[in-house]
Every structure is written in structure tokens, then in C-alpha cells.
Design a protein around this ligand. Sequence first.
Ligand SMILES: *Cc1c(COP(=O)(O)O)cnc(C)c1O
Length: 356
Amino acid sequence: MSTPKLFIPGPIDVSQATYAAMSRPMIGHRGSEFEALYASTQPVLQQLAGTSRPVFLSTSSAWGVMEAALRNLTQKKVLTLCNGAFSDKWLDVAKKCGKEAEKIQMEWGQAIDPEQVRAKLAEGGFDTVTFIHNETSTGVMSDVSAIAKVVKSFPDVLLIVDCVSSFSAVPLAMDELGIDVLLAGVQKAMALPPGLTIFAISPAALERAKASKDRGYYFDFLEFEKNAASNNTPSTPAISLIFGLQDMLQTIAAEGLENRFARHRSNNKMIHDWAARHNFQHFAPEGFRSVSLSCFHTPTDFDQSAFIKTLKTKHNFLINGGYGKIKGITFRISNMGNETTSTMQELIDAMDDVLG
Ligand SMILES: *Cc1c(COP(=O)(O)O)cnc(C)c1O
């Protein structure tokens, strides 16, 4: 059988149109053709991020920019907001970068509590906060507006937001909310192969970076800012991925952003309705459930690994059996990217068939 169609929460299924766009002949990156390619990505990326700032293209997975944000911005101490595998890891990464760091630890499955953030920041000493909008390991989407409002009430604290699995699935408002770094890898809702991360930084973040030593070179925000002014990148970018990105952004613009967001909501609801029929319980509390993926408790009498395996061998669909310390006791289904009512229905019919 061919490679299974991916309904895991990243990387996700990539369309033939994207692969075709990516197979265009190579161009040099220090020429007008590349500059036009780069420039063409900006308007829709800016709309998706909700910013008038340039959107940088980093040839790395998301962690490259997640680490870079700390190296460029944290001079005193970072507060990491932790409620799952990715957000928890940010604390370790901060320490590995030699940064002073403290965390707020929520139980996995809970959203970040803005009032705890306010109380912790009021203790003083912090200059940066890391926050994951959509914790992909647990399917929890925290309230980015509420968190941003709290962080903005501390004028010297910069807010770094990982939108890896929410970018292009829900509206984002970087400038309006005062987010200082907004970043997203393209292998989640953007439905591109992995290897590229898009990010934008606020003027305050740029000023902070100027005063930061040890920013390194590859992820130096100043280098990105300087090169973006001429529609370029500091080092040789993954040009094929940018061809794919350009094509995807045209597709997104043609569909319309509101339609895209609505499609993610309705595809997500199809999975919620399916789960309700089979009495699968959500891992995330109501009101904080991701719209790009769903995470469910594995019932005690349910052979989850057999379910996932049969779904793959019989129907060629791949879902995920949980991540990090909740591997096995949860399972996750992605609905992000190019999925439609009919592709979601095919998955649902296949899952129903396996459940019998
Ligand atoms: C997938 C994911 C990451 C990890 O990104 P890499 O591309 O593996 O570096 C980080 N944050 C979130 C929320 C994710 O879903």
C-alpha cells in the first residue's frame, strides 16, 4: 500500500499542487526573481499573522526560532508558560541557552491561567514570556488575548507566542494584541513539508535584540530585519519550500481567510460529533479545545494501538496515539490544512468501520 494519508498533528498531508509548485527549477537567492518570490509571500502572511511588520522566512523547524527568540530577547529572566510537551520543553531550552528561567506549570490538559501569569510577573525580574497558543500535545488552545493583555500590563516584558498549530487555522492579531514575536512552522495547518518557519517581531523586540549579546548569526533578528528590507534572507533559504509557500498562500487567498477559518471549525466539529457518538472524552476542557486537532482520552477497555494499526493497514489513514507523557492514554486526530468535509468524512467512515 502507498504511504498512509496523515491525520497526525504534524507533519500533515501535503497536496499534489504543493509538490508540483516545489518542483520548479531552482533560482539563485540573491537576484530579482527570488526577491519577487519573497515579496509575493508577504501580504497574505501579514494578514494571517495580523501584522504590518515584515514576516521573516527561517529555514529551520519551529524550534530554531523558538530558541532564537530567547537568545535575541531574554537578558534578565524568562517566564515559560507550561501546559504540555512543547510548552514544557521551552523551559529546558531556555536553560540550555544559559538563560535564567522560571515556569508556571499547569496540569497537562489545562489552559494557561492569565491570573497566575499576572501574579508571577508581579514578583518582578522577568523580561520575556513564552506562550504556546495551541498546545498540540494536549489539544488545548489557551486564550491568547487574555494572556497578551496581562503581559502587556508589564511594559518591560516581551511576549513570545508559538502559533505553530494555530497559524492559518484561526485569526491572529499580532499587532493589536502587542505580541512581540509570533512564530509558526509550516508543516502544521499550512500543509507544507517541514523545514520552514515564518515569524515576525515587534519594534520593541527589535530594539531589545540590538542590545542583546550572543544572538549568534543564523537566527540573529537584526540580520532577518536587514535582509527583509530587500526581500531576502540572511542565508540561503529553502527555496523549494518557499515556492510551495507561495502557491499555498495563493490558495489561501483564493479560498478567503474567513472561509478557511470556518472550514477548520466545521471539520473539527465533525470529529467532535464522531467522538460524541462513540463516547470518547476530550482531554481539553470545553472552551479551550483546539480547532485544528482533537485529543481524546483512551477509554480503559479500548485497544488504542490495534485501532490505530487497523486504520492504517486497512484504510491507509494515520492518526496519532498520544505524545510525551500522555502517549497511549490519549490519541489525537488532526483536521488542519487542506481537509474538506468529504476527506474528513472518509476518515470518519474508516474509523467507524474499524470500530465495527
Ligand atoms: C510541532 C510543534 C512544535 C515543534 O516544531 P518543530 O517543527 O518540530 O521544531 C512546536 N510547537 C508546537 C505548538 C508544535 O505543534
